[in-house]
Design a binder for this molecule. Sequence first.
Ligand code: FES
Ligand SMILES: [Fe+2]
Length: 341
Amino acid sequence: VSYLRNTWYVAAWSDELPPAGMLARTLLDEPVVLIRNSAGAVSALVDRCPHRFAPLSAGVLRGDSIQCRYHGLEFSSDGRCVRNPHGPLAAGLAVKGFAVAEAHRAIWIWMGDASKSDPAQIPDLAYLSAAPASAFSCGHLHSKGNYELCVDNILDLSHTDYLHPSTLGGGAVTSTHQKVTADEQSIQVEWYCANTRPAPLLVSLIPELPPQTDFVTRVRWYAPAVMRLLSATVPAGQAVEQGYVNLNAHMMTPETRASTHYFFAATRNYCVDDAALNARLAETRKHIFATEDMPMIERVQQRMGEREFWSLEPRLLPVDDAPVRVRRRLQQLLAAEATGS
Ligand code: FES
Ligand SMILES: [Fe+2]
């Protein structure tokens, strides 16, 4: 399996890793331990001691270094062995480290050539850090499906009308032709549906909604698998900003060929001080993803088995325009990375 390596992936939400804490996670088929020292700085190492391959995440943090619990080798946050109770500090005792950066309430990891890593290339999701706590939620789910299937799921939101008909869907996306645009950095798909019934979930939360509204959905994808999603329910004829706007993020990091870490976050511009509504919305969204999206993606993966997506000759529909463009863009990026261009 090849993954894009010279790029940023989300490794964890910031609040998953407390000060003087560790978090073990398999990313791109590699065991990784994320470490936050007591001063708050984050580092990431291969989670496998070079001596006899014990997980370093089973070890003990000692100030800025981590001690292997098996035979006591101690490594600094950049992976150098700084203490060997059994002999000299040979260079080969080092463990590989990864470039990390913290932005937009998340910890990002660069699993390729660290000298090429540049935090300025992390997609701009500043709205996540700007949102007040009562209008922000985030979560992490494990998906038993390839990360590209998880990306397809967000880029083709016609599924909301069938998989989530009583909550997020209602027919608006299917009934609208999407508009797909692309630039150097991103691919965007937009659905604009005038004069439709608002989604059932929003109706249940905001009883004073008019019975007919405009519905705007925009997904902007950044390589390899970061998407910002705007969904706006707008009183007929008004500007998008005047509507009930959710500005969300959906980010996928491959765990293995057939499993994915799915990171999602939500913000909104309505009832922003309503912490109870925030909690209810967060719970409902997570429930929908966990009980509707994840099982479907898992079943798709099972049906596909080991076979590659294109080899199964999918009979594509107009709704696949954006997902297919994204798959092609990823192929181009992978080819460019393989040839070093
Ligand atoms: S396995 Fe880590 S010190 Fe032996
Ligand atoms: Fe969904």
